[in-house]
Design a protein around this ligand. Structure first.
Ligand code: FMN
Length: 349
């Protein structure tokens, strides 16, 4: 791990020349291409230009406050304006430097080297055939690459079985072409490329948020299998991050789900709730360190007390509330799932 950390370091001025090798740029090697080439007669589709966008005018602070990772998408397709907007916001090209040594985009990049390419697995976009595409930022177009068999199942499987990834209408798949940055920055490049990628990913989060779409960065994917699926020459280019995008349902407000007046949470008040509550599988509740831990088989989830009888969940359950019978004994637990469904668990012992 210590070795791995070093890639995040930079250097002091005294050691810089000793450690950092002479770059190809210094050696007068011509600059690399800032867009991967493709055959002249390949099928390309025009996207909607940024000066024609009718969407994406939401106030910035609202986006900052509402952004979160969203993993559940409806089956609705995206339209071409939405896709054009997301591609422009993440990798839109503003200018090729006159020196030919880089490009300016809607996102910053170390040395304007812009080492990323955007591939899209398209499952459902109005007017587009499903398949693998690449964003051609120099002309703001989409390049159709090929069809993918069983794309939804395949992309879920290649994301370590995160099935929601495959189920999205569009999956952004960024690759890195490291030499673009290495040409100038040699061994300093890899930290810069990772930072460039984070910036692009954040722009996707924010631009999705601006047009009521949801996304999540996906770092867990099968590297070699995905590189092979995309026919990449992995000495020069490989996948570095995925991000499914889709329409999400507006979440139920927790204030609508919660019913009780706020009361102080104490270890004693939590103790009242301990027991087993059942629905098909056995669910166990354990009070631990002032939290309520829900155990479902091997899976444990910590719920933070919001109220004496109401809890906020982290992953699978958004929230829970306890309900009591006339004698004040716990009768059931109502769980608000990540899908905004309400499930009731009966108290059994
Ligand atoms: C580099 C990176 C990789 C991630 N990989 C995954 C992933 O493979 N699966 C997943 O469900 N979420 C993934 N996430 C999303 C994080 O779990 C999420 O950002 C975090 O839980 C905070 O939640 P929020 O984004 O809603 O604020 C990743 C996020 C980042 C930045």
């Amino acid at each position: 791990m210590k070795e791995g950390r070093k890639f995040l370091h930079f250097f002091d001025s005294e050691e810089y020349d000793e450690i950092v090798p002479e770059s190809d740029e210094k050696k007068k090697v011509p600059p690399p291409l800032f867009q991967q080439p493709f055959p002249e007669d390949a099928p390309v589709i025009d996207l909607i230009p940024p000066d024609e966008f009718t969407i994406g005018k939401a106030p910035f602070l609202d986006l900052v406050n509402s952004r979160k990772s969203r993993r559940k998408y409806t089956s609705d397709p995206l339209n071409l304006e939405e896709l054009s907007f997301l591609l422009w916001s993440t990798q839109g090209l503003k200018e090729v430097l006159k020196s030919g040594r880089g490009v300016r985009r809607t996102v910053p990049s170390a040395g304007a080297k812009s080492p990323l390419e955007t591939y899209l697995v398209i499952n459902r976009v109005e007017g587009l055939e499903p398949g693998l595409y690449r964003y051609i930022s120099f002309t703001h177009q989409l390049l159709f690459i090929k069809k993918i068999d069983n794309a939804e199942e395949t992309m879920g499987r290649l994301s370590f079985d995160q099935k929601f990834v495959g189920a999205a209408p569009v999956i952004f798949c960024w690759t890195a072409v490291p030499y673009r940055t290495e040409w100038r920055y040699t061994i300093l490049s890899h930290k810069f490329i990772a930072i460039d990628l984070g910036i692009v990913s954040q722009n996707l989060y924010m631009s999705c948020e601006a047009i009521n779409l949801g996304t999540v960065a996906i770092g867990y994917y099968e590297q070699n299998k995905l590189d092979t699926l995309f026919d990449l020459n992995t000495d020069e280019e490989f996948v570095v991050l995925l991000a499914p995008v889709g329409r999400y349902r507006k979440e139920k407000k927790l204030t609508e789900f919660f019913k009780y007046a706020k009361k102080e949470v104490t270890p004693e008040s939590l103790q009242r709730l301990v027991g087993k509550y059942k629905r098909k599988n056995l669910v166990e509740f354990i009070v631990k360190d002032g939290n309520l831990v829900v155990k479902i088989g091997e899976f444990e989830e910590i719920l933070t007390p919001f109220n004496e009888l109401e809890f906020i969940g982290e992953i699978s359950a958004r929230a829970m509330r306890f309900e009591f019978d006339k004698e004040g004994k716990p009768e059931k637990v109502v769980v608000l799932t990540a899908d905004d469904e309400e499930i009731e668990l009966e108290f059994v012992e």
